[in-house]
Design a protein around this ligand. Structure first.
Ligand code: NAD
Length: 443
């Protein structure tokens, strides 16, 4: 099938590459000329495991193309995906300006029936706004061309995006037109062989499903962080509690790790956007507010431990920081806990020696050159002459470090672990002062 994807970000690029891989003919359109030129040269703008070979192969074989020419994109696909960003507006609601701009562009250039699929995360009622924007543009052109608007939210996880798109757990389709379902079945057939993963519903339910999913996941994290804060004061160990509750099949082990807060481009903004939606209809979203508040506080947890150990004034202190991305296997630093931490440390006069397997360029892009940030080539180099080690992201390569080397290299054997990677008893036996999240039994 001929497919066009507007927006070559984490969602658009991965989805486009995976659709091309199964044989669809995919044209990607972005307003960012540099990004498009780089992609044509084989320079992939983001880090996702398995993405570079997939993009390169499908581009070379001609099934995946990149352009800034929106007219070309509209002509190309019967299926027109919108996968542009929906960043938070000033009041926390999702800013739809990019989504609606694409809708108008499609209507501006279309000459035949198009199916417009909304992959961006958008508030309930957006499909109606997309339809209205397209109707208005078509009217101003003085033409009547039929089109459908479908809600087809994306559930990929950054860090496992390619695998998730190749084997989606579900394909949510919100539509009010039965005839479109056939086209979508054809589009997604290669991903739907083992069993039917397509969940059909009305458009508003599909739009709400995406927010409900992300808010549920954020709630699980904030719930565990609340219990971790209790555990810390009650002399209990959240890691033991986690295993104790995870063994209940109604709860399960997934996504119940306490830590230094969730980040990323989705959870914080989607929780905020659903809060805003609730307020707009006069409903007070008490639980969602608590989820957000707990998370904001949780990002202050490591700075608080550091103040407890070193005092508030950190002038002259240097901290080794392992992990900058908001989670492992990505270079994405949007809303990352590491950013809150570094900014707190800098405010108090400290220097940060940071290492991340993938997010070094992104850190440089965000913070530029500053005297109190040293980007180090290896995790070992980051330890050199530092007063303590801080861990913000649970990359695999941080999980079994050479403790002896850490002890010898740091000025003092102190670790602040925002991801509960180590056994507190073992670290204490080895002479470390170890701060972790909600492990009061060991503090
Ligand atoms: P992103 O910021 O990585 O990419 C968005 C791209 O859209 C950018 O390259 C930008 O230049 C481009 N763009 C903006 N306006 C455009 C226009 N008029 N025409 C063409 N391109 C345009 O965003 P992302 O992380 O891929 O997220 C996209 C959407 O998907 C958001 O709504 C997000 O909430 C949702 N989502 C993201 C994830 C994730 O893990 N990142 C997962 C599921 C859903």
């Amino acid at each position: 099938m001929k497919v066009t994807v507007f927006g070559i970000g984490y969602v658009g690029l991965v989805q486009a590459a995976v659709l091309a891989e199964v044989g669809h003919d995919v044209m990607c359109i972005d307003v960012d000329e540099t990004k498009v030129e780089n992609l044509k040269k084989g320079n992939i703008p983001i880090y996702e495991p398995g993405l570079t070979p997939l993009v390169t192969k499908n581009y070379e074989e001609g099934r995946l193309n990149f352009s800034t020419d929106a007219r070309l994109g509209v002509e190309h696909g019967t299926m027109q995906f919108i996968a542009v960003g929906t960043p938070p507006d000033e009041d926390g609601s999702a800013d739809l300006k990019y989504v609606l701009a694409v809708a108008r562009t499609i209507a501006q250039h279309m000459t035949s029936h198009k199916v417009v699929l909304d992959k961006s995360t958008v508030p309930v009622g957006t499909a109606e706004k997309v339809r209205a924007a397209m109707d208005e543009t078509l009217k101003s052109r003085g033409v009547e061309i039929p089109f459908d608007v479908v809600s087809n939210p994306e559930f990929l996880k950054e860090g496992a995006a390619v695998a998730d798109c190749k084997r989606p757990e579900r394909i949510v389709v919100g539509t009010d037109n039965e005839e479109v379902v056939d086209l979508l079945r054809e589009l997604y057939e290669p991903f739907n062989r083992n069993h039917d993963r397509m969940i059909l519903m009305d458009i508003r339910s599909a739009e709400l499903t995406k927010y409900a999913a992300n808010c549920m996941l954020a709630t699980k994290i904030s719930f565990m962080n609340e219990i971790a804060n209790l555990a810390e004061h009650l002399g209990a160990d959240i890691e033991k509690v986690r295993q104790g509750i995870g063994s209940d099949s109604r709860i399960g082990y997934h996504f119940i790790y306490a830590g230094c807060g969730y980040g990323g481009s989705c959870f914080p903004k989607d929780v905020q956007a659903l809060i805003r939606t609730a307020q707009q209809i006069g409903y007070e979203p008490r639980l969602l507010r608590a989820v957000e508040d707990i998370n904001d506080d949780q990002k202050q947890k490591l700075p608080q431990y550091i103040a407890r150990h070193f005092g508030e004034d950190l002038k002259g202190k240097t901290f080794a920081l392992w992990g900058l991305s908001f989670k492992p296997n990505t270079d994405d630093m949007r809303e990352a806990s590491s950013r809150v931490l570094m900014e707190e440390l800098w405010k108090r006069g400290a220097t940060v020696q940071a290492y991340d397997p993938e997010a070094m360029d992104e850190t440089q892009r965000i913070y530029g050159h500053r005297d109190d940030l040293r980007l180090m080539g290896t995790k070992e180099a980051a330890l050199h002459k530092a007063d303590a080690l801080i861990i913000c992201t649970e990359w695999q390569s941080f999980r079994a470090p050479d403790l002896e080397f850490i002890q010898q290299t740091l000025n003092q054997p102190v670790i602040f672990d925002g991801r509960n990677l180590f056994d507190p008893d073992r670290l204490s036996r080895r002479g470390f002062t170890y701060y972790a999240i909600g492990r009061g039994a060991s503090l």
